[in-house]
Write a protein of this length. Sequence first.
Length: 435
Amino acid sequence: MHRSTRLLCGAYLGAVLISCTGDHIGRHDDDRELDAFPSIEASSPLLPRLTQSQYFNALRDVFGDALVVPSRIEPDVSIEGLVAIGAAETSISARGAEQYEAAAYNVSEQVLSAGPLRDALALCQPSAIVDSECARETLARFGLRLWRRPLLKSELDRLVAVSDNAALTLGDFHQGLQYGLAALLQSPAFLFRAELADGADGADGEGGTGSKGYGAYELASRMSFFLWNTIPDLELLDLARTDELLEDEYLLAQTERMLADPKARAGVRNFFTEAYGLQALDQLSKDTVEFVHMNAELGPSAREQTLLTIEDLIFDEQADFRQLFTTSKTFINRQLAAVYNVRAPSREGFAPYFFPEDSERSGLLTQVSILAGNSHPIDSSATLRGKFVRKKLMCGIISPPPVDVNAALPEPSSEATTLRERLQAHVAEPSCAGC
């Protein structure tokens, strides 16, 4: 693995304060060399598809927030709860290809139709219905961001020819250019992330450095999707153009710049949303008789509480990751204050709140997101919560139970009235204790 890539991985892992090896962040041993790295075996090359959030983020980054992003595209596939992993294991279905095509023409029509969006993008002004130079300039500009590298001359020639022919047929330059832009948006070069790790981007048609690390444009893309969950910006791409990004000095400087950008917070929120399965809270459903505070806003509010807590620890407090499990500081709104039976810190929205020292609440595992998200609609579940701790926090593997095991907890009795007592009686059963 290229040394600069290892530096990037270490910098980001330090930033998000997460590890499944027991090492913690927030300190370093004085006797450890800062540039000493463990032996790392590079993974096999991948061609991951953009996740839905990456696709949406990319379009907004290139065309601005005024763009109405199409919502019907190929759905994400989750593997072990992570769509980022699923994206590396899936392709595009026939239906998905149709959806991407429809989305591409929808976007290109919005961007190139007369109006404030086209004006805001400050495109070149065509001198005639067919203006190959203006078409080339526009497609090269959009292609650099969308494909995360400069387009080859042969690629641009084909796109310009498509646009010119369409403009001649339709009698309008911008309507013709829509077809070239739609082609950019449907291309595998946009929809997939090339991570060949062979040192050759091929962007200039001459091959790359010949080293066995990432090419400069590949590294820029990997950094951006890793830290920001979106495409590289122009500064990153400009450093890739000169290969300066492959130098440790520039790589570390760019990593620090990217971590200081607000998009880094969005990247961390996306990471922990996937890692802890917080996206499921948007569809949280509970029996309102048993859970009197349940309504449609409880799940999203619980999700936001956890993400705000994580974001605060990482970026504002720069705290040890272990504090996520012990901190008394969190962020709640009026609805969550009612669930926790405390006074709301603010009349509107979320605000910081500190649970008192004698409170039973402290850290991630006592938050509504984890407790409600890992329980049944009508009851709590020590099993689901234990599974969350074992798999999500300890990176453990839980084998499937025997087919004939009785997984039901015993009913409450005089000997076992609480859930803890019922669970202890259950695990004492030979069929359960054996596994």
